[in-house]
Design a protein around this ligand. Structure first.
Ligand code: 5GP
Ligand code: ZN
Length: 140
């Protein structure tokens, strides 16, 4: 299914031209318009899913394989030192386009810094509390 007013649906189905690095029956991978680094790529499913929670299981099973192929091609083709696979879900997590997508971001020695988290701490009691809260939901 496509969503009429969705920019990534239009790009994924080819209605809006894009710099396409990879395409198959399920996905189109394009260069990001506002790249975090040289070669920053987005993998878009051709069907509309808002985020990971809505993603079709068959599509979900394939997407990491596509990211790996693109990442390997970046290492040999762009000579990046590594790459990040990033996927944002929800505004609070930094998602700005509400069509599921995966970022593949090449990383270079001395290259642009990426936002990172500051490691915190948790107590044994907190860990137990967290496990209980998530596991009860997974068991539903
Ligand atoms: P998000 O923050 O939702 O995880 O990432 C959205 C990404 O899509 C951003 O990195 C942004 O630069 C990119 N983007 C937004 N609109 C377009 C567009 O029309 N074309 C391309 N190629 N990238 C876009
Ligand atoms: Zn869409």
């Amino acid at each position: 299914m496509q969503k009429e007013d969705c920019i990534f649906c239009k790009i994924a189905r080819g209605d809006i031209p894009s710099a396409t690095v990879y395409e198959d029956e399920n996905f189109r991978a394009i260069l990001d318009l506002g790249p975090a680094s040289y070669g920053h790529t987005l993998i878009l499913p051709k069907e509309h899913f808002t985020d990971l929670c809505e993603l079709d299981e068959a599509v979900a099973e394939k997407v990491l394989g596509v990211a790996a192929r693109i990442g390997k091609a970046m290492k040999s083709g762009l000579h990046c030192a590594g790459f990040n696979v990033v996927q944002n879900n929800g505004e609070a997590a930094g998602q700005t386009v509400m069509h599921f997508h995966v970022h593949v971001i090449p990383r270079y020695e001395g290259g642009p810094r990426m936002v990172n988290w500051t490691p915190g701490e948790n107590t044994e009691a907190e860990r137990e509390e967290i496990l209980g809260k998530i596991k009860v939901e997974l068991g539903k």
